[in-house]
Design a protein around this ligand. Structure first.
Ligand code: UGA
Length: 472
């Protein structure tokens, strides 16, 4: 099928590339001509595992193309996926102006019937507004529009795998023609007819994705309700972590056992600095605003948001307690991206932590394998290191702000020797507290009691470090 994708952010690029891999003829467009020029030159402007190779392969096979002529992209397509950004407004509501612009574009350029698919995350009832806007802006005879909602459940860092091996595909439709057209689009995914770059032809035999056909309003709500639930789950785990610190329990033991109950599930119970990124924080806010606008008291969600904001305060408190005076201290930061396997720093906890450390007069040195350039554009005063161990040199404290697997594998004994004071404050509960103590570190994390373990390795240059409880 001829498909056009409007918006070349990570959702648009992953959607366009995976639909091309599924055998469709896809043209992607964006209102940023520089982005299109970059893509045409074969450069993927974001870091998303497996995307670049799959994009290049489909580009070579002429199944995937890029154009800045949005009108041409619209005219040539039978189905149009809207993948533009819906950033938060000052009041927390989603800014839908880009969707309105796209509606105008589609309505004025189309002379043949089109299926218009909302892929961007939008509040419930946007589909109804989109349908109305397409009718109002439409000029040409023959242009009939069917609107559908097809929310994405892609996680940054595993978006290609999530698209090709989804748990569910949600189709919010109002008529059989739209349902059938979307089914045709997704059939290769449902039947696993694609070359999977993640598993190199050896995909695990899992249950096929569940196809869920709903109304448009329900599909829109499913997306916000899912992200908000995940956010609440994380905040819940974080509150349990705080309780663990007070009563001397271990958050990992508690959540591991909780997660064994299939009604709870083990995922999204990782305690730490809380949720960031461009999806969960903004979707929670938009959902709260939707509830307020419709007169529903969803204070439970407001509480989840408040708990999340408090994580940074608690983390800074741990830093202050350990360092006493922050001013003029050399602080090393491992991890800047809002989570591992991405270069995205939007609403990353690291930004707020660094901002506050700088405000208190600390000197900050940082390392992240993907997100350093973006961060140094915001904080030119921090020193970026090309190598993770360098961050530790002469540092009074080392902070872990992103759960990159790479950090678990570092040469911690070398880091011990490099640091002025062997103090690690782990905002992601990435490392094993016992092992860190055995190496001689003073180690703080969230919700994990620090046991007193005989210090095995203490070079002469460091004062002997004693165990300090996580809440000390
Ligand atoms: C999220 C959802 O997980 C996707 O299903 C959804 O499609 C996407 O938003 C979207 O709306 O486009 P994403 O923002 O990529 O995906 O990241 P998550 O994996 O959800 O992580 C969000 C944040 O929560 C990260 O900062 C992560 O470090 C944090 N997190 C996650 C925790 O603090 N604890 C956990 O147990 C899990």
């Amino acid at each position: 099928m001829r498909i056009s994708v409007i918006g070349c952010g990570y959702v648009g690029l992953v959607t366009g590339t995976c639909l091309a891999e599924a055998g469709h003829e896809v043209v992607c467009t964006d209102n940023d001509p520089k982005r299109i020029a970059t893509l045409k030159a074969g450069v993927v402007p974001i870091y998303e595992p497996h995307l670049d190779a799959m994009l290049a392969a489909n580009f070579r096979m002429n199944r995937l193309s890029f154009t800045s002529d949005a009108g041409e992209a619209v005219r040539s397509a039978e189905a149009i996926f809207i993948c533009v950004g819906t950033p938060p407004l000052e009041n927390g509501e989603a800014d839908l102006s880009a969707i309105d612009d796209v509606a105008r574009l589609i309505a004025t350029e189309s002379a043949t019937p089109k299926l218009v698919v909302e892929k961007s995350t939008v509040p419930a009832q946007t589909g109804q507004q989109l349908k109305r806007a397409l009718g109002v802006y439409s000029r040409k005879a023959g242009a009939e529009f069917r609107v559908a909602s097809n929310p994405e459940f892609l996680r940054e860092g595993t978006a290609v795998e999530d698209f090709l091996h989804p748990d569910r595909i949600v189709l919010g439709v109002e008529d059989h023609a739209s349902e059938n057209q979307l089914l045709e689009i997704y059939r290769p995914i449902l039947e696993a007819r694609f070359r999977c770059p993640v598993h190199m032809g050896a995909c695990p035999s899992t249950q096929p994705p569940k196809l869920v056909v709903t109304t448009i309003n329900s599909a829109e709500l499913i997306k916000h309700a899912s992200n908000s639930f995940l956010a609440m789950k994380i905040s819940y785990a974080n509150m349990i972590a705080d309780l663990c610190e007070k009563v001397g329990a271990d958050i990992n033991e508690v959540t591991r056992a909780m997660g064994l109950d299939p009604r709870i599930g083990s995922r999204f119970l990782a305690a730490g600095l809380g949720f960031g990124g461009f999806c969960l924080p903004k979707d929670v806010q938009a959902f709260i605003r939707l509830a307020e606008r419709t007169g529903v008291d969803f204070s439970m969600l407001k509480e989840a948001e408040r708990v999340n904001k408090r994580r940074i305060d608690l983390f800074l408190e741990k830093i202050r307690q350990a360092l006493w005076v922050v001013k003029d201290k050399q602080v090393g930061v491992l991890g800047l991206a809002f989570k591992a396997n991405t270069d995205d720093i939007r609403f990353a906890p690291s930004l707020e932590v660094i901002r506050r450390l700088l405000a208190e007069g600390a000197q900050v040195r940082a390392y992240d394998q993907e997100a350093m350039d973006r961060t140094s554009a915001i904080f030119p005063q921090i020193q970026c290191c090309r190598e993770p161990h360098e961050v530790a040199r002469d540092a009074d404290a080392l902070l872990i702000l992103t759960e990159w697997e790479e950090f678990r594998q570092l040469d911690w004994e070398r880091i011990y020797k490099l640091m002025a004071r062997p103090l690690v404050i782990d905002g992601r509960n990435l490392l094993d507290p016992k092992a860190m103590l055995e190496r001689g570190f003073e180690y703080h994390s969230f919700g994990q009691p620090v046991e007193t373990v005989p210090v095995r390795f203490v070079p002469a240059q460091h004062p002997k470090v004693s165990a300090v409880s996580a809440s000390a």
